[in-house]
Design a protein around this ligand. Structure first.
Ligand code: FES
Length: 180
């Protein structure tokens, strides 16, 4: 009788032990799941913030209004304008300059002022020796009105893509000179 009582007591302890293990597992799964869910709520937005600028399409091909069409003549004139640049997380609005004029057919075109020798800024018609040409004061490179390199510089001046609409001139990305 007493042996049976002892066996019942032991099996009761084992049953209790099994229930406690099961409760612990349940609690650890529940807490682990809740912890992972909360951690995901914090980590996923951070990951998205870190990666998002890389996934965004670059704002290439954006055109900026620079001048009114009736401001443009056959004599090149310089115009300043700002462009929005997004480089990963860094956003800036640098000022660019373009020399804009019309050709003999009335087509508007815009040249970059950056000398193709070593990058100084060219100016229009500032050296009497090179009349009606762009001249670079740094080492004497000079270019025709279309940007053709005449000396020193190894390549023509680059040009901006141009769009004319509703009486305004819009400039886009810089491209290699297609006029010479
Ligand atoms: S940078 Fe223009 S000539 Fe050298």
């Amino acid at each position: 009788m007493s042996e049976q009582t002892t066996n019942n007591h032991e099996s009761g302890q084992k049953a209790t032990k099994r229930r406690e293990m099961s409760r612990r597992q349940f609690l650890s799964y529940t807490l682990g799941g809740a912890g992972a869910f909360m951690a995901g709520g914090v980590v996923i937005p951070m990951l998205r913030f870190a990666v998002d600028p890389i996934l965004q399409p670059k704002a290439e091909g954006t055109f900026v209004k620079v001048a009114a069409v009736d401001q443009i003549t056959e004599e090149p004139a310089s115009f300043s304008f700002n462009v929005r640049q997004v480089d990963g997380w860094y956003v800036s609005d640098p000022t660019l300059v373009a020399w804009i004029s019309k050709d003999a057919q009335g087509n508007i075109f815009a040249l970059s002022p950056v000398c193709k020798h070593l990058g100084c800024a060219v100016n229009w018609n500032t050296n009497p020796q090179y009349k009606d040409q762009y001249f670079c004061p740094c080492h004497g490179a000079h270019y025709t009105k279309d940007g053709l390199n005449m000396a020193i510089a190894p390549a023509p001046l680059d040009q901006f893509q141009v769009e004319v609409k509703e009486g305004s001139v819009y400039l886009g990305p810089i491209i290699p000179n297609e006029r010479v």
